[in-house]
Design a protein around this ligand. Structure first.
Ligand SMILES: [Zn+2]
Length: 424
């Protein structure tokens, strides 16, 4: 107990004081004092002066959520397709994209970001189509939406050639323009190309442009869960060849789940050598994939546990929301973490903790952000949960939540339930 500051009227007030906070890996409750967007102390006095106070009531205070992979330009675009079947919708995907306008993309992206912020997502890596169909319209729309949420969520735009590189010769120049407009990461989709040779050209062109603009790479690798897809391994080979270790992320990686074990082990070893980070997207992939069977027998995910065992940073993202790739989603990062946990067969206490890390600290690391625990000196980006521990955060989803970014309350959830019991 300090007696130095008690009752001192000249004591400078904190911006925010969070009392009765349960921190991870910490016995007892903490009092977090926040000033100028930073956590100054974890053991402030309950009575310390502060402009704003929040009683966490013993709830968990965790690092804020980060979404490692989300298609922000396509959200809520399912309505454009009307009552088409899946096959018809995909056949019309490009035509529909030509109807996107900057204002329409901006509006839809804003709806998604509103949901994301309310539920505690403070950073989001946005995949944005840059191709002959949408040109730079989708990127412009997302950049405008990002502007409107400055201070509430940090959006990291990925320029994504959804229609290929060899199959869409306009893509390379459009990608270059995207970096002049403000894109920060280059995406890729090699399996979209028709031949292995074209896949190779696709990957190498992406790496060329990445080196030209000195930007990191976030490539869709082996989205489809069929053994014949090998673009993940190819991406690792080119990463090592170019000396770009630590600069590359691979998303989806569903084929890895169905490779024979020895082949999977070889690819995972290569990923570790290439320091590639992996994002799994089980929400959309659970619905979309399953080895072309009437009843799917895969889990819409990758080999999460083996990848983690190899020391690879594995993250999860919400991927899509009400577009042709995925019908549902409300962008709840807790749901994303839970789906990663379930689809990856993550069963132990340690696994469950890792599933939570995949949508918090691990995803922050992927985006090059602070990825440590709640600590003095850390940025004041956090979520106050109603539940006191991670299993209960997952179990009692959505739960009551308060999202704090840069020391400021920016959103939250007030979940409520009601019950009628027998009156006897
Ligand atoms: Zn994707």
């Amino acid at each position: 107990m300090s007696n130095a500051n008690t009752g001192d009227s000249t004591e400078r007030p904190f911006d925010l004081l969070i009392t009765n906070a349960q921190l991870l890996d910490t016995e007892g409750l903490s009092v977090l004092a926040i000033r100028n967007g930073q956590i100054e102390s974890l053991d402030a006095r309950d009575s310390a002066p502060a402009a704003q106070r929040i009683d966490a009531r013993g709830g968990l205070v965790s690092p804020a959520f980060a979404d490692a992979h989300f298609h922000l330009d396509k959200v809520l675009s399912r309505g454009f397709f009307g009552a088409l079947s899946y096959q018809e919708a995909f056949a019309h995907a490009r035509d529909v994209k030509t109807q996107f306008t900057v204002a329409d993309v901006e509006d839809r992206a804003c709806e998604a970001l509103e949901l994301a912020v309310a539920q505690g997502t403070g950073a989001l890596r946005a995949q944005i189509d840059v191709d002959f169909a949408t040109g730079l319209v989708s990127l412009e729309g997302v950049l405008r939406a990002r502007e409107r949420f400055t201070g509430s969520v940090d959006v990291q735009p990925v320029a994504f050639p959804q229609e290929g590189i060899v199959t869409d010769p306009k893509a390379p120049d459009l990608l270059r323009e995207a970096f002049n407009m403000g894109a920060e990461v280059i995406g890729g989709l090699p399996e979209f190309e028709k031949t292995e040779e074209d896949q190779d050209t696709h990957i190498r062109t992406i790496f060329d442009i990445a080196e030209e603009f000195d930007v990191p790479i976030d490539i869709h690798a082996d989205y489809t869960d069929l053994e014949r897809f090998k673009t993940l391994e190819k991406t690792a080979d080119v990463t090592i060849e170019r000396g770009l270790q630590g600069r590359v992320v691979a998303g989806h990686c569903n084929a890895l789940a169905v490779y024979p074990d020895d082949e999977a082990a070889r690819v995972i070893d290569k990923l570790a050598k290439a320091e590639i980070q992996v994002t799994v997207l089980p929400i959309a992939n659970l619905q979309m994939l399953g080895s072309e069977k009437r009843t799917p027998h895969n889990r819409g995910s990758s080999r999460i546990l083996e990848l983690l065992d190899a020391g690879i940073n594995v993250c999860a993202g919400a991927d899509n929301m009400f577009d042709i790739w995925y019908r549902f989603n409300a962008m709840d990062p807790v749901f994303t973490g839970l789906m990663a946990c379930l689809s990856g067969g993550m069963r132990t206490d340690e696994d469950v903790r890792e599933a939570f890390n995949m949508v918090t600290t691990r995803a922050s690391r992927l985006m090059g952000r602070y990825d440590g625990p709640i600590a003095a000196g850390a940025p004041a980006d956090m979520v106050i949960h109603e539940a006191a521990n991670i299993p209960d955060v997952f179990r009692l989803l959505p739960g009551r939540r308060i999202h704090i970014k840069n020391g400021r309350v920016v959103g939250g959830i007030n979940a409520s339930t009601w019950t009628s019991r027998s009156q006897d």
